[in-house]
Design a protein around this ligand. Structure first.
Ligand code: ZN
Length: 371
């Protein structure tokens, strides 16, 4: 640990690009409003490339990071961090990038921060195309493998029960039942049978740089972030996003868990350990500085939501769906009600875990009140 530090390999201020930095909500975006197009290779700094692939819906895109690496035989290659959804427009973006931006080089490693389809979607396809190993946290890899296999057509009873628990009306439950199950498998390519595990404090060498793994919890069970301490760069996946708030939901895979509690714990830990000067490369949005500021904002927002909800529960009992107007600034339609319910349940659950609320179930629906 006390070995002399090597000189940084590149200028993480990104000032040499000549963009005008933008400041917003205490964060600095060194590249201003710049963002690469789908399938376009943009050299962020020597050794780190940035591209984007499309994600349908309000998200619009995911950032994919291309890190210079070297193959075992000494040939130059690149590692890919986060892979995009497995769908035709994304595959087209990747092919365009491989043909134009990367000069025929081949991938050495496919790295995935967590199991969500926009991150793991093309991982199997890319690993197979380049015969490159897949690097993932073991839990995240197992989650992805498990959900790919869970591709039955019929909506399972546990899902119907959870929707009723949240207070969805029968008409809505019927609609969702008609939509069927197994959406994950449709957006994710088949994963290899093996993976190389990314665990807390592991060091993943890529090119000349050492990336330290930090595991965050709450958004997914064990989300891997990559931190290059020497160069003050972090690939944060969905663990730290600059504008949108990461979805924190109670999931069917762990229906009694307290994901918001785990998320707040991770924020506290990252807040204490991260270098304030880090350049953060998030999965959605633009590279920014101000990780600690952002973590403070996220924690404050969740704590405010918890307080508002606790106050409301002191007034009258509520179902999960009754908490939407308090928690979300826009009306919750069918397109987002699944996520909104998961998120509201996580907030109510954390109130229960901290002794501020209790619930009882009437006709399958949970009614929460202050304790
Ligand atoms: Zn995610």
């Amino acid at each position: 640990m006390d070995a002399p530090r090597k000189t940084p390999a590149y200028d993480a201020t990104l000032a040499d690009h000549g963009f005008d930095p933008v400041e917003a909500e205490g964060l600095t975006y060194p590249l201003g409003d710049f963002e690469p197009k789908y399938g376009e290779y943009f050299e962020l700094m020597p050794g780190i490339g940035w591209t984007r692939t499309p994600v349908p819906g309000p998200l619009g895109h995911i950032n994919n990071w291309i890190l210079d690496d070297v193959h075992a035989n000494g040939e130059p290659g690149f590692a890919i961090v986060d892979t995009g959804l497995f769908m035709p427009a994304v595959i087209e973006s990747w092919k365009k990038l491989f043909e134009t931006g990367l000069n025929g080089r081949k991938a050495t490693k496919i790295v995935v921060t967590h199991y969500h389809p926009d991150h793991v979607g093309c991982a199997g396809w890319l690993a197979n195309r380049f015969k490159a190993p897949l690097y993932m946290n073991r839990t995240e890899w197992l989650m992805a493998r498990m959900l790919i296999a869970d591709n039955g057509e019929e909506v399972p009873a546990e899902a119907l029960e959870q929707w009723r628990f949240a207070g969805w009306d029968q008409h809505l439950i019927d609609n969702f039942e008609k939509k069927g199950w197994g959406r994950f498998a449709r957006a994710v390519s088949r994963l290899p049978l093996g993976h190389i595990r990314l665990d807390e404090e592991d060091i993943l060498p890529i090119g000349g740089n050492d990336w330290r793994i930090m595991i965050g919890k709450g958004h997914t069970p064990e989300h891997a972030c990559l931190v290059d301490d020497r160069n003050h760069v972090m690939i944060s996946g969905d663990q730290i996003l600059p504008r949108i708030t990461s979805n924190i939901s109670v999931m069917l895979s762990e229906p009694t868990a307290d994901p918001l509690g785990e998320w707040l714990e991770s924020i506290k830990r990252f807040r204490a350990e991260l270098d304030p000067d880090l350049l953060v490369l998030p999965a959605h949005g633009r590279p920014f500085k101000g990780a600690l500021q952002r973590l403070d904002t996220l924690a404050a927002r969740h704590n405010e939501a918890l307080d508002d909800l606790a106050d409301a529960l002191a007034e009258k009992p509520m179902r999960v769906v009754d908490s939407f107007p308090l928690l979300f600034s826009r009306p919750i339609g069918e397109d987002v009600i699944g996520m909104a319910s998961g998120e509201a349940m996580a907030t109510l659950r954390h109130l229960e875990y901290t002794g501020r609320a209790v619930h009882e179930v009437k006709d399958g629906t949970a009614w929460y009140r202050a304790s």
